[in-house]
Design a protein around this ligand. Structure first.
Ligand code: DX5
Ligand code: ZN
Length: 225
């Protein structure tokens, strides 16, 4: 059985107090910290890079689940490995020619390789990355257009999650965008086990309560499947 992992998206945190925000999330029960890396090119927004991951790593031992929304992920592998990233998830839309090299390099740096799909990208595009000698270890299904927090969850993306869960029972399947108490049951029952949540956690009066609710929803869906 795959483990539920709740990953607050630090994009919704107070970036000026990143270390204490990370610590607060771990205290609230977060399993992973989701780090959104945006290059202002692949997506129309610019966030953080390896130097910030390196600084944060000095303050926490937490699993840093890095989501690379960048045009040239290969250039980020070495610096992110050095900085102390734990997971390195890149987008299939920009890695059609070099995903094998990417996966190999990510693993060589001791990180967990993941592949992400924008809402318009068919799920079949990740099958080759899962059915090869050196597969990715997580699939991240975007449930909003990447670029910004606080957008509306796209329920139609759950078909992709269902297809993946049926085909790959022990795969880590992550969902990202618009997840919170009102949408988690849809994602959990479709088979997602890694849940990214930004505004619903950071905007809540009691983030620990939201994190625990998300976790329990995944657990309950797994019990009844
Ligand atoms: C969007 C990012 C998400 C974002 C999610 O491009 O990948 O991780 O922070 O934020 P919410 O949960 O607010 O939709
Ligand atoms: Zn993300």
């Amino acid at each position: 059985m795959v483990q539920p992992k709740i990953a607050p998206s630090m994009l919704s945190s107070d970036f000026a107090n990143l270390a204490s925000e990370a610590e607060r999330m771990i205290r609230c029960g977060a399993d992973w910290l989701h780090m959104d890396i945006m290059d202002g090119h692949f997506v129309p927004n610019l966030t953080i890079g390896a130097p910030v991951i390196e600084s944060l790593r000095k303050h926490t031992k937490a699993y840093l689940d890095c989501h690379l929304m960048v045009t040239n992920p290969i250039d980020y592998v070495e610096p992110f490995g050095k900085a102390g990233a734990s997971g390195f998830t890149f987008h299939v839309e920009v890695s059609k020619d070099n995903w094998q090299e990417l996966v190999q390099k990510i693993k060589a740096k001791g990180m967990k390789p993941g592949i992400s799909l924008k809402p318009g990208t068919p799920v079949e595009e990740v099958f080759p990355l899962l059915e090869c000698e050196n597969p990715v270890e997580m699939v991240l299904i975007m449930t909003v257009e990447p670029g910004f927090g606080g957008q509306k969850f796209m329920p139609e993306m759950m078909d992709k999650v269902r297809v993946l869960r049926k085909k790959y029972p022990s795969l880590d399947i992550e969902v990202d965008g618009g997840l919170g108490p009102s949408t988690i049951d849809l994602a959990a029952s479709a088979g997602a086990n890694c849940i990214v949540a930004g505004s619903s956690v950071f905007g809540a009066p009691d983030p620990a309560h939201v994190i625990s609710l998300l976790y329990k929803s995944v657990e309950n869906a797994q019990k009844s499947s």
